[in-house]
Ligand binder design. Structure first.
Ligand SMILES: [Zn+2]
Length: 136
């Protein structure tokens, strides 16, 4: 059974408990890596400048505003990581969505920001990105 390595576990530990529960379940059947949980100011600006994030500090859900807060976003690509195998990413997103639905955890994926089920109606594709949707 796949499991998270040290780096992935450390990254996931910076995330909201619901994200931790979700991806601990996902990794049992679909190997994956947690490449980013909390992103500090420097890391956020770097991600923005490299086009990997559409947000600047502190507007990303990876950014925490107060010490001890947890990230409500996480970046999880399927493992081993092949950034060029986009169909594999979409399959993985579908799997994560199904597991999240079964666990009753509401998430938004960077493959479908407006959550309408279509992936071709958006400009910024962030395929490894998952974030919690706040219910209010
Ligand atoms: Zn992200």
């Amino acid at each position: 059974m796949p499991n998270f390595g040290k780096k992935s576990s450390d990254n996931l530990n910076g995330c909201h408990p619901l994200l931790r529960q979700l991806f601990q379940m996902v990794v049992k059947k679909e190997d994956c890596a947690v490449t980013c949980g909390i992103r500090d100011k420097e890391a956020q600006e770097k991600a923005f400048n490299e086009g990997k994030s559409s947000k600047q500090w502190p507007d990303s859900k990876h950014n925490i505003k107060i010490e001890g807060e947890l990230s409500t976003a996480v970046d999880v690509p399927p493992y081993p990581i092949d950034w060029n195998d986009l169909p594999r990413f979409y399959m993985f997103v579908g799997y994560v969505k199904a597991v999240a639905d079964m666990m009753d955890i509401k998430i938004r994926c960077g493959a479908d920001w407006d959550m309408d089920g279509w992936t071709d109606d958006q400009k910024f594709h962030d395929l490894p990105h998952f974030e919690l949707v706040k219910e209010d």
